[in-house]
Design a protein around this ligand. Structure first.
Ligand SMILES: [Zn+2]
Length: 301
């Protein structure tokens, strides 16, 4: 199976949780939020769910192996069919279930760059992964270039493109009347971000995107991060301060002529690791990626 080898590829590359194992066995945990909006946690990216009279709208589809368990979890909270699946970005741990849902008649909606990347071969050198073009049922049937709004279950469900952030395919999904926002991987809770430069992501774009998300919140907003437990605008705000400080330190080092090795050896993330590095090597990995990304930008000047 292609999907399985892809999942094992990630597991090996991350030397972290066994994603393949997780995808085959993970239970779906339902976290009810407001106005019929729920957050599902399972394996892969968090799933946003809107239930109500108009049918069920889901945001992201985790892995192919999760489709049956996600469908069962939806059935436990609604007798209505799943009508739409919105994708926050193209990555396999957020779109792996697209094919299964698409075959079941769920309409996939995403930014036009999600279609562009999923319909062609892709690489993720940071994780040593390659992807074949996705089969037709996995692809979005409806795309947008900037923003789009789906009205269902008494909610305006807004899809707002965030350019060149985690990837070039990102959108935040706002469940307007519920005051809930799904950030996709533009924001992950209490971890350093992964800026996928091979898919058009940039650190500065990610900082800007997190500020756009923060501006759409108030103190009561419930924040569904791409990965991790339910979050708050406070935590999002703190993560922006961390990224801005890291951007400043990295840019200063590059302009001073420090090499990547010297920069990483200076342990530039040390005061943030306790909060954002569940594993000790993650500060170094993030510092390396930040340097490589910003060095490329600085060289262009
Ligand atoms: Zn991602």
């Amino acid at each position: 199976m292609k999907t399985s080898s892809v999942i094992f590829g990630l597991a090996v590359a991350l030397a972290g949780p066994a994603w393949g194992q997780l995808a085959r066995t993970a239970d779906v945990k339902d976290i009810p939020l407001r106005n019929g909006v729920h957050m599902f946690m399972g394996a892969g990216g968090n799933v946003g769910v809107s239930v109500g009279d108009d049918g069920v709208v889901i945001v992201d589809t985790q892995f192919a192996e999760m489709v049956d368990r996600l469908t069962a979890a939806v059935k436990a909270i609604s007798s209505k069919p799943i009508t739409y699946a919105l994708n926050t970005h193209w990555h396999f741990d957020h779109t792996g279930g697209n094919e299964g849902f698409g075959k079941a008649g769920v309409r996939i909606v995403a930014h036009e760059n999600v279609f562009a990347r999923m319909s062609t071969a892709q690489v993720m050198p940071a994780m040593n992964m390659k992807f074949d073009p996705s089969p037709a049922p996995a692809l979005p049937v409806l795309t947008y270039s900037d923003n789009s709004t789906l009205r269902a279950n008494g909610l305006a469900i807004q899809m707002i493109h965030l350019p060149a952030a985690h990837t070039d395919t990102d959108a935040m999904i706002v469940f307007k009347e519920a005051n809930v926002v799904h950030t996709g991987d533009v924001y992950t809770r209490l971890t350093y971000p992964f800026v996928d430069t091979a898919s058009g992501g940039t650190l500065r774009g990610m900082i800007k995107a997190r500020k756009t998300i923060l501006a759409a919140t108030n103190a009561d907003t419930q924040v569904i991060p791409g990965h991790g437990a339910l979050s708050t605008p406070e935590e999002l705000k703190a993560s922006i301060a961390m990224l801005e400080e890291m951007e400043k330190r990295t840019t200063a080092a590059i302009r001073k002529g420090q090499t990547l090795e010297q920069f990483v050896a200076s342990n530039p993330t040390k005061d943030f690791d306790a909060t954002y590095a569940p594993r000790p090597d993650q500060g170094k990995v993030f510092a390396t990626r930040a340097y490589e990304d910003l060095a490329r930008v600085e060289k262009k000047k």
